[in-house]
Design a protein around this ligand. Structure first.
Ligand SMILES: Nc1nc2c(ncn2[C@@H]2O[C@H](COP(=O)(O)OP(=O)(O)OP(=O)(O)O)[C@@H](O)[C@H]2O)c(=O)[nH]1
Ligand SMILES: [Mg+2]
Length: 238
């Protein structure tokens, strides 16, 4: 992939209308008593930018760049005529229940941006991992990265219209998830659906915070999966 000059990029898509630029749009609501940094992760084109844009109560920061043929050697092909990709991060904010603010950081989808993940994960409490069942193997890099970084996570299966349908057991098996790891369906374009996925993650993080410390050496010692990420022939290894 090569980056084009900013002047060559298509005009940025308009974000949600921020409304009048009053303090209420810029600052967290007065009843907020806690905040958490959350990563939104997953492979190229799985819907990370879409989800953050759908739920954010501030104008989301997005760092899209045009994809070119040069990236085809290193990256998985994008689906559905996708022409841009996130090259640094997405950023948005959502308040849950009037009390808890989530600061959402979307990671780049390509595995070669792993160093950026390391920076973005500093201080993060957990992650929402988006999965596209049209290419389950593409999820392994992201799930492996989360384990390597020691981040708790929930999995949200994004609702693409032509996606294969699997049972929950099949998905847990294929992704090697522990029974307690939340697995939800969501439509990243739908604010309500995307918020419910974030609530499932938040509940899980609260449960983990209240649970007694896991015994060292058990597979569940903070991990969300039963074993190391399986080696998948289709998984990208750039
Ligand atoms: N039907 C459907 N389309 C979706 C959904 N989520 C995202 N899309 C579409 O999928 C395309 C890719 O979405 P993005 O949000 O750019 O994906 P991304 O994960 O940020 O991609 P990268 O930054 O390139 O890794 C866009 O055209 C979205 O409109 C979904 O839940 N359902
Ligand atoms: Mg993106």
């Amino acid at each position: 992939m090569v980056w084009k000059a900013a002047s060559d990029l298509p005009p940025a898509a308009p974000g949600p209308d921020p409304g009048p630029a009053g303090a209420e749009e810029r600052y967290v609501p007065p009843g907020v008593s806690g905040a958490a940094k959350i990563l939104v992760v997953g492979p190229l084109g799985v819907g990370k930018t879409t989800l953050i844009g759908a739920v954010s109560e501030i104008r989301p920061l997005s760092t899209e760049a045009v994809m070119t043929q040069a990236g085809a050697r290193a990256d998985r092909p994008a689906r559905g005529g996708k022409t841009t990709t996130t090259v640094a991060l997405d950023f948005g904010r959502i308040t849950l229940g009037g009390e808890l603010v989530l600061y959402l950081f979307g990671t780049p989808g390509q595995q070669r941006f792993l160093p950026a993940w390391r920076d973005l994960s500093r201080g993060a409490l957990g992650a929402l991992a988006l999965v596209d069942t049209r290419d389950l193997g593409a999820a392994f890099d992201a799930l492996g990265n989360l384990e390597e970084l020691g981040l708790a996570f929930a999995v949200a299966v994004n609702d693409f219209p032509d996606r294969p349908r699997y049972t929950e057991d099949e998905l847990r098996d294929a992704l090697d998830l522990l029974p307690e790891t939340p697995l939800v369906e969501c439509d990243a374009r739908d604010p309500r659906s995307a918020t419910l996925a974030l609530i499932a993650l938040t509940r899980h993080l609260l449960d983990l915070a209240e649970a007694p410390a896991p015994t060292a050496g058990t597979p569940a010692a903070r991990g969300e999966r039963r074993s190391a990420p399986p080696v998948h022939p289709g998984a990208s290894g750039s």
